[in-house]
Design a binder for this molecule. Structure first.
Ligand code: DGL
Length: 266
């Protein structure tokens, strides 16, 4: 039994999809969330810069006494996960959003899988690499869809603008005959139904939030880190206020969210 919070971070609202799943799967866990809205989008930044931001954020979260870190961002997971594990050593346990999705996908017998993500995640080639290492015959097609994050952060969801952008990206002929589409960015579950509708609901949409939360729960259970006490509390930090962050957080957590702005960069 360990009452310390879990630290979750992303560049913006995307990681809230993961934080929300953590809350549902582990209702007693305390959560400290950090949205690096001042540096959004991560997907256009270099791996070095994303790594530097991630180090600062993890240090901030560790100062707040977290028992584990969940990198709720594919761009940071693909650029920095291995480095961060090494850098922080035994100071904390670090989870990424990609490993559990790979585990889930390789057990599903797919022949052809699509991946959409930010430019950084797709350029890393991490999904193809890890999937085909485990299932050599699997065809993996990855497509960068960089407009989706700014679109979502600006609140363009379930409207004509987002329908048009989603349609343009997903009409890519390379995605023909996919059996599953991995949402390789934690922002994308927010538009999951629009994506699913594009494929007439006939393609399995794989979203990291639930599989990742289940993996964290399993690791907590086997390391004596679960919090089984009362219902969990949340704190939300951002590096810059954005109008939409509060709205999305309220939607996910079904209550008014107090955003705390912090400058951790000096
Ligand atoms: N939600 C993030 C991801 O999973 C970051 C997107 C961005 O800031 O570009 O990649």
């Amino acid at each position: 039994m360990d009452k310390r919070p879990i630290g979750i971070f992303d560049s913006g609202v995307g990681g809230l999809t993961v934080a929300h799943a953590v809350r549902q799967i582990m209702p007693s866990e305390n959560i400290i969330y950090f949205g690096d809205t001042a540096h959004l989008p991560y997907g256009d930044k270099s791996a070095e810069l994303i790594t530097q931001y991630s180090i600062k954020i993890i240090e901030f979260l560790l100062d707040r006494g977290v028992k584990a870190i969940l990198i709720a961002c594919n761009s940071a997971s693909s650029s920095a996960y291995d480095y961060l594990k090494e850098y922080f050593g035994n100071k904390t346990i670090i989870f990424d959003v990609i490993t559990p999705v790979i585990e889930y996908t390789v057990n599903r017998n797919f022949n052809k899988v699509g991946v959409i993500g930010t430019k950084r995640t797709i350029a890393s080639g991490i999904y193809e690499k890890l999937l085909t290492e485990k299932v050599p015959g699997m065809e993996v097609v990855s497509i960068a869809t960089p407009l989706l994050v700014p679109m979502i952060e600006e609140g363009f969801i379930y409207d004509d603008v987002s329908n048009q952008i989603i349609r343009t990206y997903l009409s890519n002929p390379a995605l023909k005959k996919i059996e599953a589409l991995i949402l390789g960015c934690t922002h994308y579950p927010i538009i999951r139904n629009q994506i699913s509708k594009f494929f007439d609901f006939s393609v399995e949409i794989i979203d990291s939030s639930k599989v990742v939360s289940l993996a964290v729960r399993e690791a907590f259970a086997s390391n004596g880190l679960l919090n089984n006490s009362t219902s969990g509390h949340d704190r939300f930090f951002v590096s810059d206020y954005t109008e939409y962050f509060g709205k999305i957080a309220k939607l996910f957590f079904e209550k008014d969210i107090r955003l705390e702005k912090v400058n951790i960069w000096q």
